[in-house]
Design a protein. Sequence first.
Lengths: 347, 287
Amino acid sequence: MQVMLTAEVESSSARGGRTRRRVHPVAWFVLKRLALGAATLFVVSVLIFALTAIVPGDAVTVVLGKSGTPETIAALQAKLGLDQPLWAQYLAWLSGLVHGDLGVSVVAMINQQADPSIATALADPLANSLILGFITAVLLIPLTLALGAIAGLFADRFLDHSISVPTLVLGGLPEFVTGALFIYIFFTQLHVLPPVSLVPPGASPLQTPQVLVLPVLTLLVVAVGSGARQTRLGMLEAMRSDFVLSATLNGISHRRIITWYAMRNAVANAVQTIAQNLQYLVGGIIVVESVFAYPGIGVYLVNAVQSRDTNAILAASMILAVLYTVINIVADLLVVFLVPRLRSELV
Amino acid sequence: MTVSAALPRRRPAGSLRRVTSTTGGKIGLVFLVVGLAICLFGGNVAPYDPSQPFGIPGSPPMPGHPLGLDFIGRDVLSRVLYAGRATVVLAVGATTITYVVGGAIGLLAGYRRGPVDAWLMRTMDVLLSVPALLVILLFVTAFGNAGWVLVLSAALVLMPGVARIVRSATAEIATRGYVEAAVARGDRTLTILRREVLPNIAGVVIADLGLRFSWSIILIASVNFLGLGIQPPLPELGLMVSENRVIIGGNPDAILAPSIVLAVLIIGVNLVGDAFVRQLDRSEGGA
C-alpha cells in the first residue's frame, strides 16, 4: 500500500515534467486524490471496526458453545484483548494491520489449528481472488471495447442487436443467477466444465485452469454490458462527427479512420465506466466465488460472517475496502491522464 | 452529469403510454407484471404446502410435481411460488426507504448548500467507498439477519446515488426565479421544497427508480443466496438457488425455476425503467 502510493506520486510527477502547462493542477489533483483516499480508508476502518465490535462476545460464545463457563469465556476474552476498551482494541488492530499482522482467528484457535493467524489463513484465498480478478480484468477491457466498437459500427443492425441485447439483459442479473445458468449449460447439459471450482489448499488455480472458466465468464458477463454500451455510443457519435467526415473526404482509409480516429473517441467515452466495472469486481467476487465454491477471499469472508469470526471479518473486509479504494484512485488518475477533456471536470 | 439537461418541466403523467411506445418497454411491462404476479400472488395458487416433504430428495419432474422435488423432497413449484414474496417485499421496503431518506438528504444538501451540503455528501461518499455487498454483510454481522437489517442496510448502500441525483437537481432548481420569488414572499422552506422543488425534480427521480429497485432485488437475493439473510426452511428465491445446488445433477429445475423468476422480474424492471428514461430524454430533447 505505502509502496504503491509513492510510486503513483513519482510516476505522476515524471509525467508532469513532460507536459508543460498543466503541471500544477494535475499534480495537485493527484495529491488531493491520494489524501482523500487515505482519509476515506481511515473512516472506513473505524466504521468496519465499530460494526464488528457491536457483538464483541459473540465469537467467543459461538465457539465455546454450551461448554463455555463464565470463567472460560472471560479467560478467552482476556487472551484476545476483548476486555480492553474499544479505542484501545481499535488502535491495537490498526497498528497490527499496518504491520501486516491481521490478528488471530478465534474459530481457528478453538479448533486447535496449529497456526490460528489470519494472515496465514488469508494468504491463499487472497492470491486465488487476485488471480481470478486479474484474469477477468485482463479479458474485460479488450472485450468491452471490441463488443462496444462492433455494436457502434453496425448500430441498429443485426450485429448491434445481437451484442447489445444479450449483454444488457444478462448484465442486469445477479451473479448467482448467471452463474447457475452457466453451471446448468456447461455442466448439466454439456458436461464440459466442473460445477464447482475447488482448489486444494496450497495449490494454485492456475494448475487446474478449467476451474477458472465459469467464474471468469460469470464476472465478464455481469461487468461487460455497461462499458460496451458507452463504447458503442462513443463509436456511433464519432462515426457521425465532422472530424470523421473530413478525414474521409481527405482520403484516409476507412480502417484507419475506425482504429485511429473513431476508436479514440469510443475509448474516451468508456474509460470511466470500465474503471467502475473493474472496481465492481472487488464486490462481485464475493458472490461469484460462493456460487462456484472457489476458495477466495469472498468465500473466506462469507464463512467468517457465518461463524461470527470477528477478527477474520475485519481482516477480509479491510482488504476488500483497500483494494476497492486503490482501484478507485488508480482509475481516477488514469481517467485524468487518458482523457484530457475530463480534466476540467475532475481537477 | 446530464441531470440538468434531463430536468423535466412537465408532469410525468402519461408515463405508462410513454413506456409502452417502445418494443423494449412493451416486453418489459409484460415481464414485470408476470414477475410481480408470480412473486406476490404465487403463494395463493401454490398446489402444496411449501414446507411439506413428498418423496426422494432431488427427484426430477413427475406427475403432480411438474418441477420435481427439492433437496429435502419438497415440491419445487410450490416453493418457487411462495419464494418471491419475501424478496419483493424486502426490496420494495429498501427502495422506499432509499428514496425517502436519500431524497430528504439530497433536498437538504441541494437547497441549503454550504457546510450542510459538504458534510452530507462526504458521508454519502464514504458509503460508496466500500463494495455494497460488504456493507450489508457487516450490518448482518453486527445486527443479525432479521428482515429489517437487510432492508435498512440495502437502503443505506443505495441511498447515496439517490441523494446525489436529488441534490444536483435541487441545486439547479433552487436558482430558478420562481424559487427566489417564493423565498421573497416569505414561504417556509418546507413549503418551498414541497411546492416548488419537488414537482420539478420528480421526473429525474422517477427515471432512476427502476435501477434502484432492480439493485435492491439483486442485493437482497444475493445476501439470501450467501445464506446470511432469510434462513431455511423459509422459501426465498436466492436461498432456493443456493440450497438446491447439491441436487443440480438430479433435478436442475430446482435451481433453474427460482433463477428464471428472478431473471424475469429483474429484466422487466430494467426494461421498463430503460424505456421510461429513453422517452424522458426524447421529450426533453424535443422541448
